[in-house]
Design a protein around this ligand. Sequence first.
Ligand code: PEP
Ligand code: MG
Length: 312
Amino acid sequence: ARDSALAETSGPGATKDGHAVPLLANVGGPKDLDAALANGAEGVGLYRTEFLFLDRSAPPSDDEQVDAYRRVLEAFPEGRVVVRTLDAGADKPLAFLPPPGEEPNPALGERGLRMARRHPDVLAAQLAALARAAAGLSVKLQVMAPMVTDAAEAAFFAGACRDAGIEHPGVMIEVPAAALRARDLAPEVEFFSIGTNDLTQYACAADRQVGGLAHLQDPWQPAVLDLVAPAAAAGVPCGVCGEAAADPALACVLVGLGVTSLSMSAPSLPLVRAALARHTLEECRRAAEAARGARSAEQAREAARSHLPGLA
Ligand code: PEP
Ligand code: MG
């Protein structure tokens, strides 16, 4: 058995009783790789590709894309890298892909996969560049779409991946409709990754860019946990890549809800690794049940903590 003190500070993520929970890094480009490697990430759980497309009037060339993707893929020869296709619109506006008309509510407008469907050439070029970047490498490349709402959209994306030679398609679960009906989406794809930032925004109808609504943008809201549960139980591996995964107590709760991997900004990895190593899967499940039984975010946090004795 691994030394438990060691398991708290290094190595793959796992609960105290050895239930593996891969710990992955969110990266915004090759510049974030050093921190991911230094903090023991087992791979990349969310590669936000928007950086390549920012501040330009035309998309990057195929070669430029291949080069940027390859640098991230090469960093984890034994691991996996989950790349998110372009998430343009709303809080991530891109000059060369403006919404087609006036949008009074950009968060509810053409963004993510909706924008990609309007510009299939941009999506196809990105998927082709990803397939080229992964050619000949041993890393497992998984590719997921943002802002997916229903099974038809998941099927569309999986088809586009197949056409480009991408073998492991997935979708983000960040729209409440997709979470509630996750069992409809699951047969279309290989995996889910829950984006708790947007899922919370949409569950609580609180724009993530409006600072005054921070109390409603709290992923401890029991309604958000109620949306995670069906996504995690839909029968395909289901990670979390929103900020919620970086909160050690909430990370335990997510694992208790059935989430299979956690991805976060790299500096948060050590605290989450330690929190998991100090609790059994059963403790995580009890913490999750207690949190879902609460009537507010604050009470959910407290209730979960009372079942997680290893947290300071
Ligand atoms: C999310 O919505 O939780 C997420 C991970 O994606 P982003 O914050 O980039 O929208
Ligand atoms: Mg999102």
